[in-house]
Design a protein around this ligand. Structure first.
Ligand code: UDX
Length: 480
């Protein structure tokens, strides 16, 4: 076991963060906000110069303000990992771990970073895996560094998974439910505990300009010390469990549709049980994003490799895929046939309040609708540029300036992303813009009764269909 490190001043620890994606950039900026000196390293020169110029590159609340406050003083951006390694005490690896063809996480970027760190490692450092990685990665990083000739006592590898959500990433980082530190040495655990001390001892929450959130000086977040393997499993298991909750409520919503029950009432009834909890029980068109699909697949693959039967995760994925097909059928049931229909689409991002379109169920549905021969006018408050790069506009696909333009002369309006601002649209204006007042809502943003009162045929997820008050006819009812 390594010797214990004495840390006199918590903010004396210099931190390097490798990778300036969602996790890396948010972690770097938040460590600066906590009072540490930070170097953020990325091998993409264009990204580094954009960040040096104050461009956050991603749409994230609080991030531009914090970057402006700390860039060029508490936080520096560079491409030189060697210099960052020599200068810093703790090096957080937050590079991408994309999904490979087999479902495993591709760890080649993590390995490349570990080898590069090893080349500049001459005094004791704590290497921290922050990227979402499968169990045993910690050991692989250690082996890779040792193979590059670094003595065992010169470093420790710690697992410190991140649980932030896009859109609320900064506040999630500074107000976590828990901080998980997987360390097999006291020395490394001491360094990590000191890094997070401004949060865990509550000091951060007493600062007059702190970012507001649920934690307070009296109720600071707990730091959970575990083994490295437990920490790795905690991350995958957390995301897999949340995905499971979503698939579960989606399956229940289908049951509600078949019985004319209301899934919102059912979810509330289940969620009030404190053992279950109300969160992540919102039904919809399935989960997406850069984490859940990839992490569920990676966790399943880990189980496969270890000979553990975890078919539950395969079912979670199946329900998620099915949910999108089911929504397409719902659109068809409202319009009878799809070929040649004009559809207004609200939302392209994988969820509201972000411009991220990675594994977005909304984009999958747009592609399905196009494949069925529909013509689409789409609007998203932040994700249109990214979507247009991936899915260029053409005769059947237009990107328009607002929700009313998407609805203009459309045969139906389809809601695919839960942007808050969609919930406050002027319903009379929307009704006038549409050729037929039909809304198919994949995110349950509206009250069916209100939609009915405003003259819409309204289909949503797991709730009885609603029809215009004066026009309740069999011909508009969806197929059972
Ligand atoms: C997720 C985890 O929440 C976070 O802890 C982890 O660090 C990264 O992955 P994120 O991908 O930002 O965060 O999004 P999240 O808010 O969790 O939503 C994921 C997907 O599930 C979205 O497509 C969202 O629309 C969907 N979702 C979420 C539902 O369909 N229903 C819900 O009740 C909640």
């Amino acid at each position: 076991m390594s010797t214990t490190t004495r840390i006199d001043n918590k903010t004396d620890i210099k931190i390097a963060v490798v990778g300036s994606g969602y996790v890396g950039l948010v972690a770097a900026v938040c460590f600066a906000e906590m009072g540490h000196d930070v170097i953020c390293v990325d091998n993409d020169e264009r990204k580094v110069s954009a960040l040096q110029g104050g461009d956050t590159l991603i749409h994230e609340n609080n991030l531009p303000e914090l970057l402006e406050r700390y860039r060029n003083n508490k936080i520096r951006f560079m491409t030189d990992l060697g210099e960052a390694t020599r200068t810093c005490d703790a090096i957080f690896i937050a590079v991408g771990t994309p999904q490979s063809e087999t479902g495993d996480a591709d760890l080649s970027y993590v390995e490349a970073v570990a080898c590069e760190i090893a080349r500049s490692l001459t005094t004791y450092k704590v290497i921290v895996e922050k990227s979402t990685v499968p169990v045993y990665t910690n050991e692989w990083i250690r082996r890779a560094i040792e193979r590059n000739g670094v003595a065992r006592e010169l470093f420790d590898v710690v697992s410190n998974p991140e649980f932030l959500r896009e859109g609320t990433a900064v506040s999630d980082f500074l107000h976590p439910d828990r901080i998980v530190v997987g360390a097999n040495s006291d020395r490394a655990a001491t360094v990590l505990s000191a890094i997070y001390a401004p949060l865990t001892d509550g000091e951060y929450y007493t600062r007059p300009d702190h970012i507001a959130g649920p934690c307070t000086a009296d109720a600071p977040p707990p730091l959970l010390l575990t083994s490295t393997k437990s920490a790795e499993i905690i991350k995958h298991a957390s995301n897999a469990f949340l995905a499971l909750k979503i698939s579960f409520i989606n399956a229940v919503s289908n049951l509600c549709e078949a019985t004319d029950a209301n899934v919102e009432q059912v979810a509330r009834g289940i969620g009030l049980d404190s053992r279950i909890g109300p969160k992540f029980l919102r039904p919809g068109i399935g989960y997406g994003g850069s984490c859940f699909p990839k992490d569920v697949a990676a966790f399943r693959s880990v189980a496969d490799q270890l000979g553990i039967d975890f078919n539950l995760l395969t079912e979670v994925e199946k329900i998620n895929t099915h949910q999108k097909k089911r929504f397409l059928s719902k659109v068809r049931s409202a319009l009878w046939t799809l070929r040649g229909k004009r559809i207004g689409v609200l939302g392209l991002a994988f969820k509201g309040e972000t411009d991220d379109i990675r594994d977005s169920p909304a984009i999958e549905l747009v592609e399905m609708l196009l494949a069925e021969g529909c013509t689409i006018a789409a609007f998203d408050p932040a994700a249109m540029k990214r979507t247009a790069d991936a899915l260029p506009p053409g005769p059947n696909l237009r990107y328009v300036e607002d929700a009313y333009a998407a609805a203009d002369d459309a045969d139906a309006l389809v809601i695919l992303t839960d942007w808050q601002e969609f919930g406050t649209l002027d319903l009379n204006k929307l009704n006038t813009a549409l050729r037929y007042p039909i809304v198919i809502d994949g995110r349950n943003l509206f009250d069916p009764q209100v939609m009915s009162d405003h003259g819409f045929t309204y289909l949503s997820i797991g709730r009885p269909a609603a029809y215009p008050v004066r026009e309740l006819t069999a011909s508009t009812s969806p197929t059972p």
